[in-house]
Design a protein around this ligand. Structure first.
Ligand SMILES: Nc1ncnc2c1ncn2[C@@H]1O[C@H](COP(=O)(O)OP(=O)(O)OP(=O)(O)O)[C@@H](O)[C@H]1O
Ligand SMILES: [Mg+2]
Length: 279
């Protein structure tokens, strides 16, 4: 593919992404962290103004935020229903599942819809960094003190129709961020659903800290309207996926059938392909 073809491809990718999520070009620029003039250069095919490094950066931003081809397993479908319910009834829902059970994959698929805002908490984030990333997801480039950032985020969320806020890796949320999230929830709960996703220790730690009487934990826990735990893959789902991915050896299929986590199954399938020199 020539560089120009790649740039034209990016233009199509960007248009499709914005259309799917109902984003304006200005929203897209803020979310992806590039200038408005770069976005309009892409739209107007002024390729001399768009470097190859910029193309690579934007391609990886869009791909990272777009669903891969997914299997509609029972867990996957349950996450879709859960997000629908959070949205429709403005609930705050805790989603827990072991590592590799497919939480991020399902939430990423759901976040292709308009007015669904997904942020991933990173352990190193302080409250300002967290709310800055949320504001960017909302299409706003704004920095101030944390309270001003929360007020701005709440204002934007409350202007949207049926918004859903998804926070992935919620088990890593620090104490100060939890207290601030509580404020955000108070300011938006009449209009916005929230899904908090994490490992089972996310709930365990909230309960433990609430039990110890640590500031804010009981209040936060009480505001989580319901919890849902992913079950993992069933044996028949594993068989279906493995066969579909080209595994035909009955002994290998049997070995794989005990896998419950998507991540583990995918690694087994990968191993199979490597051994067969398929990749
Ligand atoms: N429904 C699905 N269809 C296809 N592949 C999936 C599906 N769910 C998960 N996977 C695959 O399994 C891997 C692990 O899934 P994912 O990262 O979503 O798990 P997770 O629950 O978010 O794990 P962690 O708690 O470690 O973040 C992914 O790389 C993805 O490729
Ligand atoms: Mg994940």
């Amino acid at each position: 593919m020539t560089k120009v073809q790649q740039k034209i491809g990016l233009k199509a990718l960007m248009s499709q992404y914005c259309e799917q999520k109902g984003l304006s070009r200005a929203d897209f620029a803020v979310r992806s962290g590039v200038s408005g003039s770069t976005v309009s250069a892409i739209d107007n095919e002024q390729w001399d103004k768009v470097s190859s490094a910029m193309v690579a950066r934007l391609e990886s931003f869009i791909k990272n935020d777009s669903p891969e081809s997914v299997y509609n397993t029972a867990d996957f479908d349950s996450v879709m229903r859960l997000c629908d319910a959070a949205c429709a009834h403005r609930l705050m829902i805790g989603l827990i599942g072991d590592t590799g059970t497919g939480k991020t994959t399902a939430l990423k698929a759901y976040s292709c819809r308009p007015n669904v805002f997904r942020v991933t908490f990173e352990k190193s984030m302080n409250p300002r960094q967290f709310f800055k990333s949320l504001l960017r997801e909302l299409g706003i480039d704004f920095e101030g003190n944390v309270n001003a950032m929360i007020a701005r985020a709440a204002h934007e969320i409350n202007m949207k129709e049926r918004p859903l806020l998804i926070i992935d890796e919620a088990g890593k949320i620090t104490h100060p961020v939890m207290l601030y999230l509580h404020d955000l929830r108070e300011k938006t709960q009449s209009n916005c659903g929230v899904v908090l996703a994490g490992m089972p220790y996310f709930r365990d730690n909230l309960q433990k800290n609430a039990g110890r009487g640590k500031e804010g934990y009981s209040e936060f826990l009480r505001r989580i309207n319901l919890w849902h735990r992913l079950e993992g893959l069933s044996a028949s789902e594993v068989m279906y996926i493995a066969r579909e991915q080209g595994v035909s050896d009955e002994r290998r299929l049997k070995e794989m059938s005990s896998k419950r986590r998507f991540g583990d199954l995918m690694n087994e399938i990968l191993l199979d392909k490597v051994l067969k020199n398929d990749i």
